[in-house]
Design a binder for this molecule. Structure first.
Ligand SMILES: [Ca+2]
Ligand SMILES: [Ca+2]
Length: 259
């Protein structure tokens, strides 16, 4: 059975590599912590191991108050030889070993144990989490219930500010009142109306990044010619975030738009 989507392994020799074990067919009873399966690597008594179990890339690019890695594992911390399990956090330009089973634990019984690590310092990075079995012999290692959780911190908040008229154009202020940057803010300014409904101008665009507390003023990119009452509808939205829409009434005096 392959690992779940996006997970991968690196096998540096053909024997005793990362595998999935089934609770109904346990290598050792109790080696699955919950559900039907767990990850597992057997000790290798003759070839030094260098076997990796690697998570998908995880973007920690939003704002968080906390980021926590939690997992359950079952192993002894010593055993013969020198093999250990190293927990790596890797990303662009870094490879941090944040846990070493043999050095950091003193586990003499085969209990499932819970480990928790604070990963808040990786906020802003795209990381991968890896368990590396490295060295000769050691013990088998079972891993289950890996959970990465984050609690939200700052959020963006898109709103529409002033809508203004001018010489053949309408402008609208798009604001981010939140305390986190807004990304890919899609906006539209639609102007309709006039005598015989001859005015129909829509301007759309995307603001790649609208910093926290910042605003940008966007202007219709086609001239508004005509005469009479108009309706202005401004919308701005983040694809997976906040949004706002506002309407305003105005009047076009041939070439001057009065809002
Ligand atoms: Ca191996
Ligand atoms: Ca499981």
């Amino acid at each position: 059975m392959p690992p779940p989507d996006g997970w991968s392994t690196i096998d540096n020799n053909p024997t005793y590599n990362w595998d999935i074990i089934d609770a109904d067919d346990p290598v050792w009873p109790g080696s699955v912590h919950s559900g039907q399966y767990a990850a597992w690597i057997e000790r290798d008594l003759s070839n030094p191991s260098d076997e990796w179990l690697i998570s998908p890339e995880i973007e920690l690019t939003d704002a968080y108050d906390s980021i926590s890695l939690d997992f359950w594992c079952r192993a002894l911390s010593d055993g013969s030889g020198d093999a250990t399990i190293k927990l790596h956090i890797t990303g662009e330009g870094f490879d941090d070993v944040i846990w070493n089973l043999r050095d950091d634990e003193n586990w003499n019984t085969f209990d499932y144990r819970n480990k928790t690590f604070d990963l808040l310092s990786y906020q802003g990075e795209t990381i991968q989490i890896s368990w590396q079995k490295v060295g000769l012999k050691g013990w088998w290692f079972a891993l289950d219930d890996v959970l990465l959780s984050g609690e939200g911190g700052a959020e963006s908040n898109i709103s529409i500010g002033d809508i203004k008229g001018g010489l053949v154009q309408v402008s609208a202020e798009i604001k981010n009142d939140g305390d986190a940057d807004a990304n890919d803010v899609e906006y539209s300014i639609k102007v309709t109306g006039g005598i015989f409904n001859r005015i129909n101008v829509t301007t759309t665009g995307t603001i790649e990044t609208l910093a926290a507390g910042a605003s940008e003023t966007k202007t219709t990119d086609k001239p508004i010619w005509g005469l009479g009452s108009i309706l202005i509808v401004v919308e701005a939205n983040e694809p997976f975030g906040s949004g706002d829409n506002e309407t305003a009434n105005g009047f076009v005096l041939i070439i001057f738009v009065k809002v």
